[in-house]
Design a protein around this ligand. Sequence first.
Ligand code: PHE
Length: 341
Amino acid sequence: MSTDLAALEQRAREELAFCADEAALRSWNGKFFGKQGEIAIALKDVGKLPADQRRAFGQDANRVKETLTQAFETALAQSKEQALEQSLAAEKIDVTLPGRPVRRGRLHVATRIMREITAIFAELGFQTYRSREVENDLTNFELLNMPPHHPARDMWDTFYTTIPGAILRTHTSPGQIHVMRELCPEPIRVILPGMCYRYEQITPRSEIQFQQVEGLAIGEHITMADLKGTITAFARRLFGQERQVRFRSSYFPFTEPSIEVDIDWPADDPNADRLTKGTGWLEIMGAGMVHPVVLRNGGYDPDKHSGFAFGLGPQRITMLKYAIDDIRQFWANDLRFLQQF
Ligand code: PHE
């Protein structure tokens, strides 16, 4: 008796319909198509048949094999699809999706320049000293040799607050008083970097907040030559060894004599004319010898001690270095600007 192929096919189809998942399908496949599977066994029966029936049986068997294989593959594909749909619906995280790249941050260009400046002054022996941003009339003006109603106060447009006497510092110079009073009678060599505030109209050239770096050196026998040497060394390290430095006389109430410092700008720079307004020179800071009144206010004896001070604006210097034409970019936090540095 040979196998009833039609019955085998029927049974295989029925069992296939009951396979609920991929594992069941695979075991169905083993049961019927494995080496010892029912199809293999059925095919062996061909030898028991009379010779004239073998051909028909063989053809029949091949057809059954083919249709069952097809049915199995369709069922397998459907089951895989179903499993994926189920897992997508059930699980919130699909670990097979490509990840989102993490964007690397970087230092703000103002921070970078500030670090460059403090590093240069550190090499010249200046410690960095932090000083408060909220001052009062006494420290921002009076102790810096600007009594009330002194016209020089007009040089600084001041933010007053609702607390009487409390103002936002208009420059880093009040830090001079704090350092002197803390360290007197020791010699001093510090820089005081930090934010300043002025009640100004905001334009491409002026902002209501900006950074300054104040410098202060106090000791015995400190002269204008020390000031010039220090500033020249600083300017050449920041802008290049070939820079020329020019000192112009100027006026600040808290220094005497007072100067303003320019550097020459390379004439081959296409921006040179615009930056220097055709003069070839660029102002980078105000400076001078500490006024005797200020020395005394800090606790030092002007007959014994002397010193120099300077104040520079890092934003201005950064604008020069990178040809930035709008100071408002510094605190606008526009990534298109920040990513350039
Ligand atoms: N404080 C001055 C300013 O804001 C700069 C300055 C500092 C000048 C120290 C002389 C000495 O303009």
